[in-house]
Design a protein around this ligand. Structure first.
Ligand code: ADP
Ligand code: ZN
Length: 627
C-alpha cells in the first residue's frame, strides 16, 4: 500500500518568499557597506582639491557629494549651496554629474511597503501554525480554519497486504472474509435486508497481527484504508479529539466504501465512570465516536475495524449492537500457525537447506507473530555476524533462545563454585521433571548465562497440544519449579538466591490452583480471584474477605511445601544420577534432551548419542525454567 500525503503548499512558494526577503535586505544594506570605504572630508578640502585639478569624477547626490581623486581614492562631503560649483568643476576638467532621481513607480513602492511585509507575515504565521498543529498544540480547528485530521490514508496498490500475508489466524480470516465479500458485493446483503456490522473489534495479545489483518481486509476488498491510533485522538486541548473524529468520518464517507482502522481503541474507549474528573477530553472524543457511529446508515460501506488488547476495559456503550458488535479474537498462534508465520517471514531471508520450521516453531511455543518475525531477523543477523551468507537451523534455534532469554553473556565469569551450583540447579529441574509422570520432556539444558539475568535454563517441550491440565500435572509442574532449589539443598546442604524466578512461578501457579481452578479442599468451586487483564500478563484481583485471604495464603504455602518436599525426596533417591548429570553439564555447559535421557537411563556419558529429537509430536506449550 502506498501512503497518500495530504496536498502541501508548493515548496516554490516558500522559496520565493525567502528570496524576496534576501533581495530586500540586500537592497537596503548595500549603500551602508559601500560607504564604509569612503573617506569623509569637509567642503573646503573638496574646493581645494577641485582647484588643484586633483579630481577625476564627481557625483552630486541629494544630500552629499561623492568624488574620487586622480588616484581613484573615494571621498564624500556634504552638499553646500554653491552655484559656481559646476563652473569650477568644468574648469578643473573633472567628470561630473548630478544623480538622476529614479522615480519608483507608485505601484512598486506600494508593493514593497505594504504587500510584501503582509505576505511575509502570512507565510511565517502559516509555517508556525502548521508546526503547532503537527505537535498537537494548535488551537481548535475552527480558529485556524483547517482540519486537524491526521488519519493516514492508504490507497490500495498492487503490493498491498492480503490475507495470504497473514499466516495462521484462520478463524479470524474466515470471520473477516464476510466483510470483504460485503464490500465486493453489497447488493447480495442489502437485497435480503441484511446489515453489515458497522464496527468489528479485533481482540488479542500484542503482536498477533491485528493491524495486518485490518490492512489485509482493505487489500482484499481493494478499498481505501484509513488508520489512526486511539491515542492520536487524545490531545492537550478539549475538543480537538472530537473534531478529529468528525473529520475522520467525513473523509471516510467521501471515500466509501472504505475501511477505517482505529488501533488501541482502549485509549479513548475506556469505561466512563462519573466520578473521575479531568478526562473530559477522552469522554468527549468517545461521545463523538458513538454519535458518528450512530449517525451513518449501516450500508454506507464504511466499516470500522478497531484493535485492542484490553477488551474488558472498553465502555459498554461502545460494544452494544449497532456499534462494535462483532468481536474477532486474534489469539497467539498454535504450532501450525507458528510454522506458517515463520515460513512467511523467512521468504525475506536466504535460508540454508537444513532449516526446519517445525522444530523452530516447537521451541518458540507461546511466541506471537511479531516475536516470530523477530526470531527470523535475529537469525539473519546472527548469520551475518558469523560471516555466513545463509541462515541455518542453528541460527534460528539460537535466536529463539535470544528472544526468550536474551543474548548469551559471553564474558560473564562465574566462579567454579557458582558454575557447580548452577549445574546442579538446572539438573535438579530436569531430573524432577523426568522422574515424574505427565511432565513435558526436557529439550535442552544450558548453564551459559543470558542477558536476561538467567544463569542457565532448562527447556521443556510438551509432547502434544495441551488445552487442559489436571491437578496432578499442575502439582508436578510446581515440583519441577522447586527442583532447582531442591538439588542445591540435597547436594550442598544450603540454599542460594538462584531460585527467585522459580519461586515466583511456583507461587503463581499454586495460587491460581487454589483461587481460580477450585483445586483446594476448602473453597470448593468458589472463585477467590478474577483475571483482570487476559491479554496483557493476566493480572488477577482478589475477590474475598481478609479472613479468607489468610486461609488462601496458608494453603498456597502448604501446596508449594508439599511439592518441594516431594522434589527433594526424588533427588535424594537418585543422588547418583544427579551427580553424574551435573558433572556432565558442568563439563559441556549445554546438553540436549537426548543426551540427558541417555545418561539418565544409565548410558555412558562418553558414548556418542543419537541426537534424535525427544519430542516428535506436536506440542502446545513449553515451560522454561529460567535460572
Ligand atoms: P498487532 O496489531 O496485533 O499488535 P501487528 O499487526 O502490528 O500486531 O503485527 C506486528 C508484526 O508482526 C507484523 O508487522 C508482522 O511482521 C508480524 N506478524 C504478526 N502476526 C503475524 C501473522 N499472523 N502473520 C505474519 N506476520 C505476523
Ligand atoms: Zn531454577
Amino acid at each position: 500500500m502506498q501512503e497518500m500525503k495530504p496536498p502541501k503548499k508548493p515548496m516554490a512558494f516558500y522559496y520565493i518568499v525567502v528570496l524576496a526577503v534576501i533581495l530586500l535586505f540586500n537592497e537596503m544594506a548595500r549603500p551602508y557597506f559601500d560607504q564604509q570605504q569612503i573617506e569623509q572630508v569637509d567642503y573646503g578640502t573638496f574646493m581645494t582639491m577641485t582647484d588643484d585639478q586633483n579630481i577625476q569624477k564627481v557625483e552630486i547626490q541629494d544630500n552629499k557629494i561623492l568624488f574620487t581623486d586622480k588616484d581613484g581614492k573615494k571621498y564624500k562631503t556634504g552638499v553646500m549651496d554653491d552655484p559656481e560649483l559646476a563652473d569650477r568643476l568644468h574648469q578643473s576638467g573633472a567628470q561630473f554629474s548630478q544623480d538622476i532621481k529614479e522615480e519608483t513607480s507608485p505601484i512598486v513602492s506600494f508593493f514593497l511597503a505594504w504587500i510584501l511585509p503582509l505576505i511575509i507575515f502570512f507565510a511565517i504565521g502559516q509555517y508556525f501554525s502548521k508546526k503547532l498543529m503537527e505537535k498537537g498544540v494548535g488551537g481548535n480547528s475552527m480558529m485556524f480554519g483547517m482540519g486537524g485530521n491526521q488519519a493516514k490514508i492508504y490507497v490500495p496498490s498492487s503490493e498491498g497486504i492480503h490475507f495470504k500475508d497473514v499466516a495462521g489466524e484462520d478463524e479470524a480470516k474466515e470471520n473477516l472474509a464476510e466483510i470483504v465479500d460485503y464490500l465486493h458485493n453489497p447488493q447480495k446483503y442489502t437485497g435480503i435486508g441484511a446489515q453489515m456490522p458497522k464496527g468489528v473489534l479485533l481482540v488479542g495479545p500484542p503482536g498477533t497481527g491485528k493491524t495486518m489483518l485490518a490492512k489485509a481486509v482493505a487489500g482484499e476488498a481493494d478499498v481505501p484504508f484509513f488508520s489512526i491510533a486511539g491515542s492520536e485522538f487524545v490531545e492537550m486541548f478539549v475538543g480537538m479529539g472530537a473534531s478529529k473524529v468528525r473529520d475522520l468520518f467525513k473523509q471516510a464517507k467521501e471515500k466509501a466504501p472504505c475501511i477505517v482502522f482505529i488501533d488501541e481503541i482502549d485509549a479513548i474507549g475506556q469505561k466512563r465512570n462519573g466520578a473521575s474528573m479531568g478526562n473530559d477530553e477522552r469522554e468527549q472524543t468517545l461521545n463523538q465516536l458513538l454519535t458518528e457511529m450512530d449517525g451513518f446508515e449501516g450500508n454506507t460501506g464504511v466499516i470500522i475495524l478497531a484493535a485492542t488488547n484490553r477488551p474488558e476495559s472498553l465502555d459498554p456503550a461502545l460494544l452494544r449492537p449497532g456499534r462494535f458488535d462483532r468481536r474477532v479474537p486474534v489469539e497467539l498462534p498454535d504450532l501450525k500457525g507458528r510454522e506458517e508465520i515463520l515460513a512467511v517471514h523467512a521468504k525475506k531471508v536466504k535460508l540454508a537447506d537444513d532449516v526446519d520450521f517445525h522444530t523452530v516453531a516447537r521451541m518458540a511455543a507461546g511466541a506471537s507473530g511479531a516475536e516470530l518475525a523477530n526470531i527470523i531477523n535475529e537469525g539473519a543477523l546472527r548469520a551475518v555476524r558469523s560471516g555466513r551468507s545463509l541462515v541455518t537451523e542453528a541460527d534460528l534455534e539460537e535466536s529463539v533462545e535470544v528472544v526468550i532469554a536474551g543474548y548469551q553473556k559471553k564474558n560473564a565469569i562465574l566462579s567454579d563454585q557458582e558454575k557447580h551450583t548452577v549445574a546442579y540447579h538446572e539438573i535438579g529441574h530436569a531430573l524432577v521433571a523426568a522422574l515424574q509422570s505427565h511432565s513435558a520432556p526436557v529439550q535442552k539444558i544450558t548453564i551459559i548465562p543470558r542477558t536476561s539475568g538467567a544463569l542457565g535454563y532448562t527447556m521443556q517441550v510438551e509432547q502434544k497440544d495441551k488445552y487442559i491440565l489436571s491437578k496432578e500435572e499442575l502439582e508436578n509442574k510446581i515440583a519441577t519449579f522447586t527442583g532447582g532449589r531442591a538439588a542445591e539443598e540435597v547436594k550442598f546442604g544450603q540454599v542460594s538466591t538462584g531460585a527467585a524466578n522459580d519461586i515466583e512461578q511456583a507461587t503463581k501457579l499454586a495460587r491460581a490452583m487454589i483461587t481460580r481452578y477450585g483445586m483446594s479442599d476448602d473453597f470448593d468451586m468458589v472463585a477467590m480471584e478474577t483475571i483482570t487483564n487476559k491479554y496483557l500478563g493476566g493480572d488477577a484481583s482478589l475477590a474475598c474477605s481478609a479472613a479468607t485471604q489468610e486461609r488462601i495464603d496458608k494453603q498456597v504455602v502448604e501446596l508449594v511445601r508439599k511439592q518441594h518436599e516431594k522434589a527433594k525426596q526424588l533427588l535424594e533417591e537418585n543422588k547418583d544420577k544427579l551427580d553424574k548429570l551435573a558433572a556432565y553439564l558442568y563439563e559441556k555447559e549445554t546438553i540436549t534432551g537426548a543426551e540427558f535421557m541417555h545418561i539418565l537411563k544409565g548410558g555412558d556419558p562418553d558414548e556418542q548419542v543419537e541426537l534424535a529429537d525427544t519430542a516428535e509430536t506436536d506440542e502446545k506449550s513449553q515451560t522454561l525454567n529460567l535460572e
